[in-house]
Design a protein around this ligand. Structure first.
Ligand code: PRP
Length: 210
C-alpha cells in the first residue's frame, strides 16, 4: 500500500487529475466528504488530505510515502525528503513586495510581514539586514497598506492583489510550482510502485507541454 499526502484544496484537485492520467483513479476523492483517509479504486493507494504546509512533515516521517505540495512549502519547512518532480502546475513566484517608491535604505530594522518566517530569516541573514518578522496567516498585503510592516514576503500569482493595493514586486526570490516529494526510505522499499509512477507522471507532464 502506498500513501499519498495531498494538500487540501486547489493543489489536490490538480494532483488528482495528474494521477488519474497514470491510472490511479479514486472515486472517493471526487465525492464530497469529510473523510481524511481515502482509497483509490484498486485499493493499492490511499490518500490523506492535509493542510498544505503539513505535507512535507507527513512525508518526512514516512506516514505518507509520497506528497504533492508547493515549492514554497518545501523552502519554508526544510524537511528531509526527496523532491523528485516539478509537476509544473500552481505556478507562482515568491517575492518581496511593497511600495515601489518607498525608500527602505535608511530603515534600521525592516518590518517584514509574511507566512514564510524561515525563508524570510534566511534571506535577510544573507543580506545582513536587521529585520523584524511579523507573522501573518493570510492577507499579507495588508501589512504595508495599514502600516503594520514596511514590506512583505509572499507568493504572487497573477499580481492582482498587489496591483489593486498599489503595491509592486521589489524582488523575485524563487519560482514556485507544485512538486512531487517522496519519503527517503519508501523510495527504496517501495521502488517497484513509486519509480514507475514517477516515470509516468514525467511523461504526462512532457506530453502536456508539447
Ligand atoms: C495568496 C497570496 C496572495 C495572493 C496572490 O493568497 O498570499 O495574497 O494569493 O495572488 P495574486 O497574485 O493572483 O493576486 P491566498 O489566495 O492563498 O489567500 P491568503 O491571503 O488567505 O493567504
Amino acid at each position: 500500500m502506498i500513501t499519498i499526502a495531498l494538500a487540501k484544496g486547489r493543489l489536490a484537485d490538480k494532483a488528482v487529475e495528474l494521477l488519474e492520467q497514470c491510472g490511479i483513479v479514486a472515486d472517493e476523492l471526487k465525492t464530497p466528504s469529510r473523510k481524511l483517509v481515502l482509497k483509490d479504486n484498486s485499493g493499492v493507494f490511499s490518500f490523506i488530505l492535509v493542510k498544505p504546509t503539513d505535507v512535507p512533515t507527513y512525508v518526512e516521517y514516512g506516514v505518507a510515502d509520497i506528497g504533492v505540495c508547493g515549492k514554497d512549502t518545501l523552502l519554508e519547512e526544510g524537511r528531509n525528503i526527496y523532491e523528485l518532480l516539478d509537476l509544473q502546475f500552481a505556478k507562482c513566484r515568491l517575492c518581496l513586495a511593497g511600495y515601489k517608491d518607498k525608500d527602505l535604505s535608511d530603515i534600521d530594522t525592516l518590518r517584514v510581514a509574511t507566512k514564510y518566517e524561515n525563508v524570510t530569516r534566511e534571506y535577510f541573514y544573507k543580506k545582513q539586514r536587521n529585520i523584524e518578522i511579523i507573522k501573518l496567516s493570510g492577507s499579507i498585503e495588508l501589512g504595508p497598506v495599514i502600516g503594520l510592516s514596511d514590506i512583505i514576503l509572499d507568493i504572487v500569482e497573477s499580481g492582482k492583489t498587489l496591483a489593486e493595493n498599489d503595491l509592486s514586486v521589489l524582488e523575485v526570490i524563487a519560482e514556485i510550482s507544485a512538486r512531487l516529494i517522496v519519503n527517503k526510505v519508501s523510495l527504496k522499499t517501495k521502488a517497484d510502485i513509486i519509480r514507475p509512477l514517477v516515470a509516468c507522471l514525467k511523461e504526462v507532464i512532457v506530453r502536456s507541454n508539447d
